[in-house]
Design a protein around this ligand. Structure first.
Ligand code: GLU
Length: 301
């Protein structure tokens, strides 16, 4: 049987948010309960928003929570060559094209009925060749039409027609840097990741990623998209809200066991009593994780 290899792949654009910490905890529990490995990858391709100090802070928070990882930490900004190789493979198969459309062009071309699930549906402007001379060009993947389906380990079957929902999607940005969709697939494939546990907000990205796995002839991992954490108003916990970070807790003198207890409660695993990460491992299974978004009503201090 293949050994379970999980991963946590945060973007260091801020301090670790409770939603991210919970994804890390559940990914770690899933891997450790199966006697498997857990890997850490820093997704820092958005150089304008990522900061080295947040990488250090992420590691410190994981260590504080007792969530250890195996092997070296992978850093996406150091892996450009791998992404370029994958682009070459896709290009050789005729699955890519250059696109010179700006965001404004695409917004103008989009009309309400064609709105895709992830922003405006790409209207195919540059499919037959770039439409502007000497304009920075992104590279798009020719989306395959028809249903792309998978069985999410928490949500069950999920199907999307990528060509109709988002259209041809960007895999290399106009600044030459690999786009998230390509980098995440190349990295998870290269690391032999068997299970991807991540937030629900990425559910609709997965069919695109499955098309890339197929085009690169790589086996796809299994996916579990975790319900979001909602604040007491039923809204997604704001990423920028400093009071919903792990650091906020720690700085107020609360121990990691208290936060782990709350995260276990929000996931439907326990009644919330303080607990260590190791103590949560025995008996953990994804089947026990709540499928409903958790409304955080507990006092966070
Ligand atoms: N880097 C992404 C984030 O922090 C997660 C990507 C993934 O888990 O696939 O939201």
């Amino acid at each position: 049987m293949t050994r379970v290899r999980g991963r946590f792949a945060p973007s260091p654009t801020g301090l670790m948010h409770l939603g991210n910490a919970r994804s890390a905890l559940l990914g770690w529990l899933h891997a450790r309960a199966a006697g498997g490995e857990f890997h850490l990858r820093i997704e820092d391709l958005d150089a304008g928003r990522c900061k080295p100090e947040y990488v250090d802070a992420l590691k410190r928070d994981l260590e504080w929570l007792g969530l250890d990882w195996d092997g070296p930490v992978l850093v996406q900004s150091e892996r450009a060559l791998l992404y370029r190789e994958a682009l070459g493979v896709l290009d050789a198969k005729g699955l890519t094209f250059f696109c010179t459309c700006s965001r404004a062009d695409l917004a103008r071309a989009a009309s309400a009925p064609h709105e895709g699930e992830d922003g405006p549906l790409y209207p195919g402007t540059c499919r037959q060749g770039p439409t502007k001379a000497r304009h920075p060009a992104s590279v798009r993947f020719r989306a395959q039409g028809g249903p792309t389906s998978f069985v999410d380990l928490l949500h069950g079957p999920y199907t999307q027609d990528v060509a109709r929902a988002v259209g041809d999607f960007v895999i290399r940005r106009a600044d030459g840097i690999a786009a998230y969709q390509l980098a995440v697939v190349v990295d998870d494939a290269q690391s032999g990741i068997t299970h991807v546990l991540r937030g629900d907000d990425l559910l609709s990205s997965t069919p695109r990623q499955l098309q890339l796995y197929a085009a690169l002839e790589q086996p796809a991992p299994q996916f579990a998209h975790l319900p979001l954490l909602l604040d007491e108003h039923g809204k997604r916990m704001a990423k920028r809200d400093g009071s919903s970070t792990v650091a906020y807790f720690r700085e107020r003198g609360l121990g990691p066991e208290r936060l782990l207890g709350l995260m276990a409660k929000w996931s439907g695993l326990t009644d919330g009593a303080p607990i260590t990460a190791r103590e949560l491992v025995p008996g953990f299974s994804l089947g026990r994780v709540s499928r409903e978004p958790a409304v955080v009503r507990d006092s966070l201090t």
